[in-house]
Design a protein around this ligand. Structure first.
Ligand code: RUB
Length: 268
């Protein structure tokens, strides 16, 4: 495939969510940028998913650093996260998760490989069913998984020992943005005194205002009768008061502490 076609293919796959999740999007965008390292490429790539600061942060660094160094960061951060999640997950516990997060699935697979026994409850994640991707990856790794329809999440959460979610953005005020539903699930868990952990590479931090992506109504109802208004927000805010800790390469930190840490690193 020639360079132009490959660039366009990557853009199309990111837009259509064939390539999904903050880390996969950032890695694919890095590959596309390396084909055409221009400001115009950055503009185009950033426009594909407006709720992805990791994509923005990655491309900003790609202007200065070789791709190899950036990819090394992703794997170093994941390795550190894995060790923290290993300590956190209790033997014979049940973990609830939503959507598909690479940071989450990689950490869970690592914990399983280290011999810890646990099982996972997850959601389908309508309308695009990213939960099935999570289920496929985890079952392949030998992790017992039970999938619930999204509206059964409270039943699943109530039977779980912890809620573990990924992140698309970590905001200055300590709130987190993740797949729509995440805010509601965190609120339910908090009400039931079940801890909520966000597993995320720190490059998801953003000091900018983040727009919540609104996707096409066709994803929700392909041939809907006329005049029915359909809303399809892709993400939502998880308020920091519902988050027990953010697990990143900088440790297991309360949202405010995480933000403080990131800011001190940037200053330093
Ligand atoms: C995916 C989603 C994930 C985060 C996690 O949404 O919300 O929880 O992106 O990121 P979508 P990572 O499927 O719409 O992209 O994969 O880096 O852990």
């Amino acid at each position: 495939m020639n360079k132009k076609r490959l660039f366009n293919r990557i853009c199309k796959d990111i837009k259509a969510i064939k390539i999904q999740g903050a880390s996969n999007i950032a890695k694919a965008a890095l590959k596309a940028y390396s084909l055409f390292p221009t400001k115009a490429s950055i503009k185009k790539l950033e426009s594909l998913r407006p709720t992805e600061p990791m994509l923005v942060n990655t491309l900003k660094l790609a202007e200065k650093l070789p791709s190899k160094k950036i990819l090394q960061h992703f794997s170093d951060a994941q390795n550190k996260i894995n060790l923290l999640v290993l300590k956190l997950i209790k033997q014979n516990s049940t973990i609830f998760t939503h959507c598909h997060s690479t940071n989450v699935t990689k950490a869970l697979i690592f914990v399983k490989k280290k011999g810890k026994k646990f099982d996972v409850y997850n959601t389908e994640t309508r309308p695009l069913f990213q939960g099935r991707k999570t289920a496929r990856e985890l079952i392949k790794a030998g992790i017992k998984i039970t999938t619930y329809v999204d509206s059964a999440a409270r039943i699943a959460i109530t039977k779980s020992g912890a809620v573990v979610l990924g992140a698309d953005a970590i905001l200055q005020n300590g709130n987190v943005i993740n797949k729509v539903g995440s805010g509601m699930f965190a609120e339910i868990a908090h009400a039931k005194k079940i801890p909520v952990y966000i597993i995320a590479d720190s490059w998801k931090f953003s000091s900018r205002n983040i727009k919540i992506e609104e996707r096409q109504h066709k994803e929700v109802w392909k041939n809907a009768p006329e005049h029915i208004r359909i809303k399809n927000p892709s993400f939502e805010v998880i308020e920091k008061k519902y988050i027990t800790a953010i697990i990143s390469e900088y440790g297991i930190l309360k949202p405010e502490k995480f933000v403080k840490k990131i800011k001190s690193i940037k200053r330093g």
